[in-house]
Design a protein. Structure first.
Length: 367
């Protein structure tokens, strides 16, 4: 602790003002705890209570204290660098997730190298087994192309945390999102507003474990529970999930003569393209066709009209995945899990109601 404290005095310039270097002692005084307690928190020792940890982390964030990586890494033998492998940085979902992971890692004195895998199996295998792993303490990995037959590829000799939707093994720590539940919530909401011809845009035919398959499952479960027949004509596939994919998919549906009164788009970028297509065809959103998205991307509130969507809880995904990885790096079992077992956490989603959907009629019940 003393090495870290001396080094921090020379390196961490906080938000207190001027050239004052924020120290553990400053954090301790602000949080009303001992310097030793602050050290225990930044070193992620398990016996610190959640209440005390939250109080110390709030002071760290308030003052801008940064744990000196060089000093800590000399003591632990770690590099202080972790990897984050995601499909790309163009899609807002992954760009936002990357930013959040970087922020959470910084709180714990770690840096992040982000590696886009470019929607390829080869890119994902390179992220897992490439030479860059020699400089990383661990990896947070969002796979899209690897599947059930690739489980052995996840047997690596460094800490690994999976994030996202592809649940195909229970042998690796995993922070997941509510894909089935979130899509069911979105679909039920549109049904409660009075929609009955409900399209879903962005499906991947033949997929079994990915986000498209899980969100389609949620859509189907909601229809069944609400007593609405499933109609294959309203299921619109899309290879990718970008704006132009949503535009082309919705054009194809409307040009076929099938006009829904609501659309569940499997992400917000698809929803943006869907709304543009609807407007190009002379229909109004939401008066003629309601649209709901998924992911609550930063720009969803600025669309015209603003997009009703499902917020998957990316802040919690980033916080939990970094915490679990840090615990594994430090040789600690996350959340007190039994030795030799993996942990699984699913982050709750929430409905964000904006202007692209009609309101629930008076007397209706929101589920």
């Amino acid at each position: 602790m003393e090495v870290e404290e001396r080094a921090a005095r020379g390196g961490a310039r906080g938000r207190q003002g001027g050239d004052h270097a924020v120290t553990m002692r400053d954090v301790a005084e602000d949080a009303g705890v001992s310097v030793k307690t602050v050290s225990n928190v930044v070193n992620n020792y398990q016996f610190v209570s959640a209440r005390t940890r939250d109080k110390v982390m709030a002071s760290i964030d308030k003052l801008g204290y940064t744990l000196n990586m060089t000093a800590r890494n000399l003591r632990t033998g770690h590099t202080g660098i972790i990897g984050l492998a995601v499909p790309d940085l163009v899609m807002p979902y992954f760009a936002q997730l990357s930013s959040l992971v970087i922020g959470e890692a910084k709180k714990l004195g770690m840096r992040v190298i982000v590696e886009p895998t470019l929607y390829s199996r080869e890119g994902e295998l390179e992220a897992l087994h490439g030479a860059q792993q020699a400089m990383l303490d661990g990896l947070i990995f969002s796979p899209l192309e690897l599947g059930q037959d690739d489980v052995a590829e996840l047997d690596v000799d460094y800490p690994l945390v999976l994030i996202g939707e592809r649940i195909f093994t229970d042998t690796v720590d995993h922070v997941a999102t509510e894909n089935v539940e979130g899509a069911k919530r979105a679909t039920k909401y549109l049904l409660q507003t009075g929609c009955r011809r409900l399209a879903v845009v962005g499906t991947h035919p033949g997929e079994q474990v990915g986000s498209a398959a899980l969100r389609l499952q949620g859509y189907r479960e909601a229809l069944e529970e609400m007593g609405v027949p499933y109609d294959e004509r309203l299921v619109v596939p899309s290879k990718m999930w970008h704006r132009d994919d949503g535009l082309h998919a919705m054009n194809m549906l409307l040009d076929s003569g099938v006009v829904p009164d609501g659309v569940v788009a499997l992400n917000d970028m698809l929803a943006s393209g869907v709304m543009h297509s609807i407007q190009l065809h002379g229909f109004r959103v939401p008066d003629d066709i309601s649209v709901i998205g998924f992911d609550n991307s930063d720009d969803s509130q600025y669309l015209t009209p603003s997009l009703t969507t499902i917020a998957p809880g990316l802040e919690a995904v980033a916080r939990l995945s970094v915490r679990v990885l840090r615990d594994r790096i430090d040789g600690v079992s996350p959340f007190g899990a039994p030795e030799g077992t993996s942990v699984f956490r699913k982050v709750s989603s929430t409905l964000v109601v904006r202007n692209s959907t009609r309101p629930i009629p008076d007397g209706g019940l929101r589920l």
